[in-house]
Every structure is written in C-alpha cells, then in structure tokens.
Design a protein around this ligand. Structure first.
Ligand code: GDP
Length: 290
C-alpha cells in the first residue's frame, strides 16, 4: 500500500521574476506544430524554446539555482528528428490502440519495452498522450475518457519498438481494487522501462502526487516527473512549482531521473523532447555524441 509520509518542502531559491509575465490561456492545440519536421521550419531561437522549454524560463531564475539538472537530456535536433520516426506510423510501423485491462492477469504478455503514464485525474494525461501520438490519425489511437466507468489500463503498440500504457488517473478516494491494479502493474511488470509520473504545473505538487512518488520509490522503479500545462500558469507560479518538484527529486528520491520534463500539450512545448526521451529509454534510439 501507499505510504503517506508528511514532507516539508523548502524552496531553495526565490526566482528573479519579471513583473509583468503573463499567462497564456489558449486552449487550442496547434496542430501545425504536432510534427517536429513542421516546427523545424521556424527560426532556430523559437524552435529551441519549443523543444527545450526550460531554456526560456531559466533567465528568470536566480544564479544560485543549480540549473544543470534541468538540462541533462540534451539531444541534438537530428536525434529528435530520428526519434520522431517512432511516433510516425507507416505500413511497417503501425501505431495503434491494442487492448485494455482491468486486472493484471488480463494485461497482455509482451516482451518488448514498455513505458507507462500515471497521474492524478485531470493532470493532463490524455491530452499529453494525444499530443505524443498526434502524428497518428485520430481513428487509430483512441485515448478514451469515460468518467464514471471502470478504470482501465490502456495499451498502445508503437510498431515493434515499444508499448505505451495509459494508466487510470488516481485521486484521493481511489478504490482499493484500482490501487491494487496500479500497484501490481508497477511492481510486477518486467518489461516496464520507465514510468512517467505527471504533475500539473499550473497547481504544483499535490498530496496525491507525493503518494505516487513514494510508491515509485518503494518499488524501486526508474521514473520521471513530467510537469504538464506549462502554458497555463503565470511564469512566476510555474517556476515556484518547478523548483518545488526539483527540490523533492533532489532530496527525497533515488529512482527519479533528476531532470523534470516540462510540457504544454497545447503548444507542443517539450513534447518533441519527451518523444525523444521515450525512444531513448526504450532502447530504440542510440544518441549521437554531441
Ligand atoms: P486527464 O484526466 O489527466 O486525462 O486530463 P485531461 O488530458 O483530460 O486534461 C484535463 C484538462 O486540462 C482538460 O480541460 C484539458 O484541456 C486541460 N489540459 C491538458 N493539457 C493541457 C495543457 O498542456 N495546457 C492547458 N492549458 N490545458 C491543458
């Protein structure tokens, strides 16, 4: 079962904030940008902001903040372009919804690498998975949202490269059978290469997120924190939330990748980098030394 450990989170540095940083509240995703090849037509400076969203934020941070951990995964644009091939369907590389399971003994037995996405309900998980799969025609990848229905694990196959699992969203009152399903999956899935735990960047770390972090730690999983909706919060607020996440990673975790990934599924910021990281951790992308 989850352990609830009360934790005090202390912000290490106060961000140097510009006074009038506004939030962007656009709720339309920009489909032109869903492909890196399309995005790559924009001027390099703009493209870098989209690919590495932290670069745009770091100028607001005090020099006392150690920024190196935010930039550990720094693939070249060529690597990002190669990674995108895994998210682009073709005759030989089918990307499709595969199956759903409500219990682990219904989960498909697969040997290929797997990654899973977990997070509180409303954290932006379905929207992010849709953004990751935006190069696949709508009809093929169905990221279903059925509030009130049985919570299921949804499996998507990405050719022979890997499987992506959309785990049901959790909340404070997760029923026991649901908790058992998630825990059993995380604890027993041998082909699971990485767990992506989503945190809402517009509201910051919540109690349920900390419980999920404790669970990943307890199972000794390699996992990554993904900060969603970075377009939604005011930048000062977003930075505070990011630093809080960073503090928790640095001082309270062992299995978490030190770099949190920042994404906006509406603007595609950080989405290409995340695609590249997934291709990398599933063993599909040999990164060229830069
Ligand atoms: P889920 O319950 O975790 O699958 O959450 P959803 O993907 O359904 O997202 C919950 C709400 O957040 C929806 O209203 C989405 O439109 C919104 N949302 C998701 N991602 C983003 C984002 O990147 N930016 C903004 N501004 N809103 C988002």
């Amino acid at each position: 079962m989850f352990h609830i450990k009360p934790r005090t989170i202390v912000l290490k540095a106060i961000p140097k904030l510009q006074k009038s940083i506004s939030s962007t509240q656009t709720c339309q995703s920009n489909h032109k940008l869903s492909s890196f090849l399309e995005a790559a037509k924009m001027p390099e400076k703009k493209l870098r902001k989209l690919v590495f969203p932290f670069e745009d934020l770091e100028r607001h941070l005090s020099s006392k903040v150690n920024m190196s951990n935010f930039q550990l995964f720094q693939p070249r644009f060529e690597d990002i372009k190669r990674a995108e091939m895994f998210f682009t369907p073709s005759k030989k590389h089918k990307i499709d919804y595969f199956t759903s399971a409500v219990r682990m003994d219904h989960a498909p037995l697969i040997t290929q690498s797997e990654v899973c996405f977990i997070g509180r309900s409303n954290v932006g998980k379905s929207t992010l998975i849709k953004a990751l799969f935006s190069l696949v025609p709508e009809t093929e990848v169905r990221v279903s949202k059925t509030p009130g229905h049985t919570k299921k694990m949804n499996f998507f196959t990405v050719g022979k490269a890997f499987t992506l699992v959309d785990m049901p969203g959790y909340g404070y009152k997760a029923p026991k059978d649901f908790v058992d399903m998630v825990e059993t999956y995380l604890e027993t899935r041998h082909n699971l290469k990485r767990t992506f735990l989503l945190v809402d960047g517009s509201i910051g770390l919540q109690h349920a997120d900390k419980i999920a972090i404790d669970m990943c730690e307890e199972f000794g999983l390699p996992y990554v924190l993904v900060i969603t909706k970075i377009d939604k919060a005011k930048q000062g607020e977003l930075l505070r939330h990011i630093l809080e996440v960073q503090e928790v990673i640095q001082n309270h975790t062992v299995g978490c990748f030190p770099q949190p990934f920042l994404v906006s599924s509406l603007h595609y910021s950080g989405v290409y980098l995340l695609r590249c990281f997934i291709a990398h951790v599933t063993g599909n992308l040999k990164l060229e030394p830069s």
